[in-house]
Design a protein around this ligand. Structure first.
Ligand code: ZN
Length: 222
């Protein structure tokens, strides 16, 4: 995919994230891998609905700016370390969506509760230890806790999701917030029963087998 097309899609993700109430103010950051060892990332301090494709920064994975007129997101270490560590990842989205952030503050991982979450994400969402964000130590803690998963709660902060495309990562961001909300609501009714681990495995494997078809059904258009 071309640099221009990826920039356009990052802008679209920023707008959709506002529409779906995953982001507010200038919080959050979005990036996409370009080729093997470069990334496009949102600038620091912009409300995401105000972004234009030309505002994106092109960076290498050592943290050097190759092209761009603004200061990059403070979370460059985390984004670049994820791309360096996970070759399967082509997009990273960090939000402070309400329910997921509430659980991150409570130090409560999100269990797999619904069949859709089991299929499209396939694992519970763990919580990192608390570390000051924007540091390399923070980036390493996010990677360590994320493992080979698609989402992680960042203690007393928010959520990080990854995907093989911006569409895939955005879909996961939505699903994580939905699952977090379901967990909070069901818990308030008395008990949120997690799905059986073998059933989660079955649903996830069936989803991956039917990947092309399922993905078209689930993925939002950017
Ligand atoms: Zn943040």
């Amino acid at each position: 995919m071309s640099e221009q097309e990826l920039k356009r899609k990052i802008v679209a993700v920023g707008k959709k994230a506002f529409e779906y109430r995953l982001l507010s103010g200038t919080w959050g950051n979005i990036s996409a891998r370009l080729g093997k060892d470069r990334m496009l990332i949102t600038p620091s301090g912009f409300e995401k609905t105000a972004l234009r494709p030309s505002d994106m920064l092109l960076m290498d994975l050592q943290g050097n700016i190759l092209r761009g007129k603004w200061r990059p997101s403070s979370e460059v270490p985390m984004h670049s370390l994820i791309y360096k560590t996970r070759e399967d990842v082509s997009a990273v989205i960090h939000t402070h969506s309400y329910y997921a952030t509430a659980l991150a503050v409570a130090g409560q991982e999100i269990p797999v509760l619904t069949s859709e979450f089991a299929s499209a994400v396939g694992h519970k969402v763990p919580v990192t230890r608390y570390i000051t964000s924007g540091t390399w130590e923070f980036a390493e803690e996010v990677i360590r806790t994320l493992g080979d998963g698609k989402a992680v709660l960042v203690r007393n902060h928010g959520v990080v999701v990854v995907g093989d495309s911006l569409e895939d990562a955005f879909q996961t961001a939505l699903l994580v917030e939905d699952e977090a909300r379901t967990f909070v609501l069901a818990s308030s009714l008395g008990y949120a029963m997690p799905l059986d681990v073998n059933e989660v495995k079955r649903l996830r494997e069936a989803y991956i087998r039917g990947y092309g078809q399922e993905k078209r059904r689930l993925t939002l258009k950017l």
